[in-house]
Design a binder for this molecule. Structure first.
Ligand SMILES: C[S@@+](CC[C@H](N)C(=O)[O-])C[C@H]1O[C@@H](n2cnc3c(N)ncnc32)[C@H](O)[C@@H]1O
Length: 312
């Protein structure tokens, strides 16, 4: 039985969105609905929250949230957000709380856990893509080593050793097969946590095309957000954090205006202004170790049109 999911940086993220009365909020990663619920508390009777999640089990949890201001939209966030762009929806706040929920991690049958044995699957939406086992049993060694380094920050030498071990042990069927391949390759040295943690993370990021989906979703977000309104993203690993940081910096461009100026006067015409970057409190990381690697990045949409909207 899965534990309740404890939302990470709950107050900080909702505070950062500066919600008021009749705002339209998009919670792109509904999960167990912790952030959606708090957002609804901040809104008035005409506010609304769209909750998105592609995990079929999130649908059942969303059904428990009986509030006429809430609409659940099942699907991949990039696809749902682009649909909202096409429908001409405007959002006042968009939140991403990336990664997995405790419901997913704790359910051995989903194949995300390196401590509980289950089928080697790792798909957040089991109806799309290929299971982790199929990927691991067919991928070329060089490509697997790249995935481990790029998406799991596995040091190159370690990635090569894990890759050789995986290839030697094929076919892998369960999560234990992968954990044991990692153990045989790198031992049980507890440097920075369980040795299989980064390998599982890398395979999961690849199998779910997490970085590709996030990039497309952020591109939809800049089209959805109203002027002066906010994007907040909670990241948990360096690959996704780098992507979000770069996305925001690219849109801030060369603007050198002081943050207190209401409009850009330096001529750079940024699409976003950089907001604060926060990490969880010591109390939160003590109470919920899963929050340890979290980072909350905030950006404010300016009124600057995107290139395709400029009509020149
Ligand atoms: C960390 S949990 C969110 C927890 C949530 N904020 C709460 O308070 O309960 C992340 C959720 O995002 C979902 N998710 C991850 N990537 C997604 C994607 N590309 N499209 C839709 N949902 C996604 C996962 O299925 C998971 O339920």
């Amino acid at each position: 039985m899965a534990m309740e999911h404890r939302p990470v940086m709950l107050e900080e993220a909702i505070e950062a969105l500066a919600l008021s009365g009749d705002d339209t909020v998009v919670d792109a990663t509904f999960g167990g609905g912790g952030h959606s619920r708090l957002a609804l508390e901040k809104l008035g009777p005409d506010g609304r929250v769209f909750g998105i999640d592609w995990d079929p089990e999130a649908v059942d949890r969303a059904a428990l949230l009986r509030d006429r201001r809430f609409t659940f939209m099942p699907g991949a966030y990039d696809e749902v957000l682009w649909r909202l762009v096409e429908e001409g929806v405007r959002a006042d706040a968009i939140l991403f709380d990336l990664g997995l929920s405790s419901y997913q991690i704790d359910d051995a049958d989903r194949g995300f856990s390196y401590v509980r044995e289950g089928p080697l699957d790792m798909r957040m939406d089991p109806s799309r893509g290929i299971p982790a086992a199929e990927f691991l049993n067919t991928v070329d060694g060089g490509e697997l080593a790249r995935v481990l380094t790029e998406y799991g920050d596995v040091p190159r030498g370690e990635a090569r050793r894990v890759t050789s071990e995986v290839v030697r042990r094929r076919p892998l069927v369960t999560t234990r097969d992968l954990t044991e391949a990692v153990r045989a390759a790198v031992g049980w040295a507890e440097r920075g946590g369980h040795p299989a943690k980064r390998v599982f993370q890398a395979v999961r990021v690849h199998v779910n095309d997490e970085l590709g989906g996030l990039r497309r979703a952020l591109e939809a977000s800049e089209r959805l957000l109203s002027e002066d309104r906010r994007l907040a993203v909670i990241t948990f690993q360096s690959g996704e954090d780098r992507l979000v940081k770069r996305f925001i910096s690219d849109r801030v461009g060369r603007c050198v205006c002081p943050p207190e100026l209401p409009v850009c006067v330096c001529g750079a015409r940024p699409v976003f202004r950089k907001g604060p970057v926060e990490t969880p409190s010591v109390k939160e990381t003590e109470e919920n170790p899963r929050s340890g690697s979290a980072r909350l990045r905030v950006a404010f949409r300016t009124g600057e049109p995107l290139d395709e909207e400029k009509g020149d």
